[in-house]
Structures are given as structure tokens and as C-alpha cells.
Unconditional design. Structure first.
Lengths: 328, 328
């Protein structure tokens, strides 16, 4: 089976669809971070995106295309949290009922966020249940539209709008980026960004960053075929625990991704603390993966201009406080 | 004695001077906040400014004009913290020695920040000592330049660049702002903003927000002459405790300020928690005054487009954590 890959024109179309609703998030520099790394680091603040993460972009791009006749039947999604909130908020904007299948151990902030947009929540057990099967059964029952977290061309195109904005903004600053780093779970974000940069700034390297043991993209790219990461102890990056990259993201990554990195949880915690204490930004552990990769020197930025996507901020506040206490 | 008031051309000149060094901070909207207030609220994120507060702007505008011959003699400033860091960082950029007179009870984050830019710190007792006299004596001793926190046309013009950026950015969004709200201590910021808006967006109201009992500007405007606020119990807004507005800020406020508001510490704490938990921004209590005034309905924004300056983020992290715990 050949998968349908989105093209850059799909990202352009997505950008037009989301423009009335999504925040065109800031791309900022911080003098202390630049000095620390000997680089120009541009931070893309998806933490300030509607719903507190980039996931709103893909969800809105998908859901805004549901035909009026299908809207009343609703949407169903499975998600550890940020996609859930993105889907719930996007559905609410079109008055579409949303049902979200979430893991029992989801951070309270993500659960409350999802419910606050009016979505119904069904729980599953991360270790025992097949969340996709549960979601599919619910879809059949209701005739609802399944909104996958990453393996969907509309979702990938929506997330890819971030790469397009980064390239545009860098051009405004008169900067050609040497690299863009972003967290990777199923790969919808990194696939979309890699596609966007290949069209708008082809000399820019694009690097995925995954937690150790949840580095499915890294292993898959190395093997030339989709593989599952070993998993095991849960990572503090609760949004980056998809074991295997999606088909579409993997195909895009094979074509356009330059580097696949993996980092330790301790490095994520350090970056969470640095973000709060020095950058003055709340970033959830998963969202700091790109920053963490620079700070722990998995990717050397010295003398370069690099952009990092800070993808989300929907952690329990106590998690940030704990990281700060341990990493002063 | 007639004071020398800055003109809008001084703000334009300041903007050109600070452009190579200062962050042109984002002006963002948040859907949850807009929904909550029934308004369009534009947040000016000076929390992401170099040194973590707007004070860098005025300090840089002043210090960059010190003649090469006077640079070696250094600069002296007195400050509860944010001005200290702004002066220290701006002086470091021009290799000028900086000596800062700080209160003994300054938040650790502000003390560490000031020292991190290489400044020397001398402490004073907030209740017993005259910090201005100490600073003046140190200046005479060294032939150094005194960098006042607010009563200086170059400082006011530097802070006024914020108002100019807000007006420009709002115009890009196609929005005419009904009002701009900003915290007020000695009034350098609000005076500069009021001057900038009078030139760039004359129909926009400009409102100062002070802590109760530290509402020197409100009392002075009401009386038609500079008066001291009663003070008393320290406010959690440690940066807003100047009892009396400066001569220059007061003169500008008399001409250009529309509203003078005062709010309770509890409202500031609520806004600190809302900023961290919902907006995903670290904002120090003093920095939330404008937001707090909207949230506690001291200034009704319903149906309007308003901008709020979030002025700084240099509080101890534990202060944010405490506000969050008490205001969930």
C-alpha cells in the first residue's frame, strides 16, 4: 500500500484554513541562551498556541474540512493529552461533538483542559488496552470522524504550518537557519516541519528529538523501515511515548529529515527548569526536547543559527516546580 | 523649576538606539482570556525582554549616550531589582562598570540576576536609609553617571518605546486599541507609554495601575500635584512601591493619562496564577497589575480591544508556585 503524502501546497492550504483561529506564535531570541550556547537560537513558542500546544493546528486543519452533513456525528480521537485538547477546542469552534480516548495516567492539566472545551472523555489503560481499537469502535458506533494524532495528511500539513512560519520569520530577520529541532513522537510535527523547510529553506537541516527508549523514529530511519522503540519505564515526556512513527511521518522523514536524536529524561528536566527560571516560559517536559538537545550538546549549535520548537505547556504546574527545585 | 519633558521624537530616537540590543517583544492574544473577559486583550510580553523586564529599554537608552570619556567612571543606580538588572546588563554591553544600590529584602532572583551581569551591589534598608542619597554620594565619589529609575527624560523615552511598538503592532492587526493598561511605580513606564500613544493612537485611553496604599500616581493626579501614597504593609508587588511619582512622569501623566487605578494584592496573586496556569507565562506580581485590573473588573474591557503590558518576570519561582497553589 502506498500512503498519500501531503505536499507543500497542502501546508499552504492549511495555513489559510487555520489563520482565523490559530495564534501565529512568536519566534524569539533570548540573550542569555544565545550567550550560553554561542549561537543564535530562535524559540518558536507553541506554548502560547491556542490550547497550549501546537496540536491545535493539525486538529483544526482536519476538523474544518468535515462536511456540514457529517459534523453532527462528531469526532473521536485518542491522545495522551495535547492532541485531545487540540481536537476538543477545534471541534467546539465548529459546534462538533468530540469524544476523546485518554490514558488513565494523563496529567490533570491535560484532562481538565480537554473537558474544559466540552469534550467527553473515555479512559484506557496504557499498558493493557489498544486505544486505537477503542477509538475505531466508537467511530463505527456513531458514524463519527476519527481524528488521528499524526498518521493523517491533514494533520501533518497542519503541524507543518509551524515550519512555514519559522522559515518566513527567519527570512524577515535576514537569517538563513542552519537547523530546526523539534520533538518527535509519532512524527506528525517533525514530518510536517521537514516538508515545509524542504520547500522554503532547503539548506536548513531538520532534526527530530525523542526520549531515550522511545526513539522509534531514530531506529526506523537507521533501519530504513518502521520499527518500534523498546519503551519501558515511562518518560517524563508523556507526550512523546508513541513507540513507532506513523507511515506518513516516516515516509516524509526518510525524504527530508537530516538528523534523529535521542535524549535522557534528566536533560528534559534540566531544560524545563532553564525555561522557567531563565527564559520565563512554562514548557512541559515533552515540549523542551529540542532545547534540551542543544543544552546537553546532542546537537552542536556553536556559531550557527538554529530554531527550536517549544511545542507545549500543558503539564501540571507541580512538574515544573519540581524540575526547578532539582535543577537550580 | 520647569522639568524637561521628553517628546515623541525622543521615543523614536530611543527606539533606534535600542533596536540592536532589545527584544521587540511579542504582542499576543489568548483565546481563553479573550473569552473570559469578552474582549480582545493584547498582551505585551516584556517578561521576554532582555534581563526579564522592560527596564532594559530605558537603561540602554540612557547608558548608550554616555560619552566615551565618561564610560570608565561607571554608572550608579538604586533599584528594587528590575532597573538594577536593566542597568547592569546595558552597562555590560558598553563595558561600563555598574554599581547598584539595592534594598536588603530584594528577591533572590533579582539580586542574582544583577550580579550575573557583573554589577557590584551595595545594600540599603528600605525603612531606614535614603537610597537616593547613598547613590548620589557614590556618584560624587567616583564621578559616575547616576541612572535614575524613572525621573529622567532618557529613561522615560526608552520605556515609551513599548507604547510605540504596541501602537504599530495593533495597526498591523488592523485594530485601534480602546485602551492600554500598565503598572505604575515612579511612572517612567506609564509616562512614556502615554506620551507614545498620544502621538501614535490619540483615541486610545492609557491607564496606570498601582497597588493599594502605593497609589501615588492616582492620588497625585486627583490632587493636581505630586503626593506620596501612605505605604505601610509591603505589597507583593515589590517593584511598585515608589511612594511618589517622578516629576517628569507626573507632568506627562497630567497631559496624557486617562485613568488611574489601584488594586489589591490578592488580585495580583490571582493574576500571577492565571498567567502561569492558563497563559503559560511566568509574570512577577508587579508585572501583572494591568492584567489584574482587567480580571478584577477595575477596568471593564467588555467588547473592547485593550493592550496590557506584562512588565517583568524576575520574581523567585517559589512566589509563582505559591500564588498558583492558592489560586487554582
Amino acid at each position: 500500500m502506498t500512503v498519500h503524502l501531503p505536499a507543500f501546497t497542502d501546508i499552504e492550504a492549511a495555513a489559510a484554513r487555520i489563520a482565523p483561529y490559530a495564534v501565529k506564535t512568536p519566534l524569539i531570541e533570548n540573550a542569555a541562551l544565545n550567550d550560553k550556547l554561542g549561537a543564535r537560537v530562535f524559540l518558536k513558542l507553541e506554548t502560547l498556541q491556542r490550547t497550549g500546544s501546537f496540536k491545535f493546528r493539525g486538529a483544526l486543519n482536519k476538523i474544518s474540512q468535515i462536511t456540514p452533513g457529517d459534523r453532527a456525528k462528531g469526532v473521536v480521537a485518542f491522545s495522551s493529552g495535547n492532541h485531545a485538547q487540540g481536537v476538543a477546542a477545534a471541534a467546539a469552534l465548529f459546534s462538533i461533538p468530540a469524544l476523546i480516548v485518554m490514558p488513565k495516567d494523563v496529567p490533570v492539566a491535560k484532562l481538565e483542559g480537554t473537558r474544559s472545551y466540552g469534550a467527553e472523555v473515555v479512559f484506557y489503560d496504557r499498558l493493557r488496552d489498544d486505544r486505537e481499537a477503542i477509538a475505531r469502535a466508537l467511530c463505527e458506533e456513531r458514524g463519527a470522524t476519527l481524528v488521528r494524532p499524526f498518521d493523517d495528511p491533514d494533520i501533518v500539513a497542519g503541524q507543518g504550518t509551524i515550519g512555514r512560519e519559522i522559515a518566513h520569520e527567519a527570512a524577515v530577520h535576514g537569517v538563513t537557519l542552519d537547523a530546526v529541532l523539534a520533538p518527535c513522537s509519532g512524527g506528525g510535527l517533525i514530518g510536517g516541519i521537514a516538508l515545509a523547510l524542504s520547500a522554503t529553506s532547503p539548506s536548513t537541516r531538520v532534526a527530530s528529538v525523542e526520549p531515550e527508549n522511545y526513539d522509534g523514529m531514530r531506529r526506523s530511519i537507521a533501519a530504513g523501515k518502521r520499527l518500534a522503540a523498546p519503551g519501558g519505564t515511562p518518560s517524563i515526556a508523556d507526550a512523546l511515548m508513541a513507540p513507532t512513527p506513523g507511515e506518513i511521518p516516516f515516509a516524509l522523514a526518510q525524504r527530508h529529515l537530516s538528523d534523529t536524536l535521542a535524549i535522557a529524561d534528566d536533560d528534559l528536566a534540566l531544560a524545563v527548569a532553564y525555561a522557567a527560571l531563565t527564559l520565563k516560559l512554562i514548557v512541559e517536559p515533552s515540549g523542551t526536547a529540542g532545547l534540551a538537545a542543544l543544552m546537553c550538546d546532542r546537537f552542536s549549535a556553536v556559531g550557527k543559527a538554529v530554531a527550536v520548537v517549544l511545542t507545549g505547556a500543558n503539564c501540571d504546574f507541580s512538574a515544573v516546580a519540581q524540575a526547578c527545585a532539582q535543577n537550580r
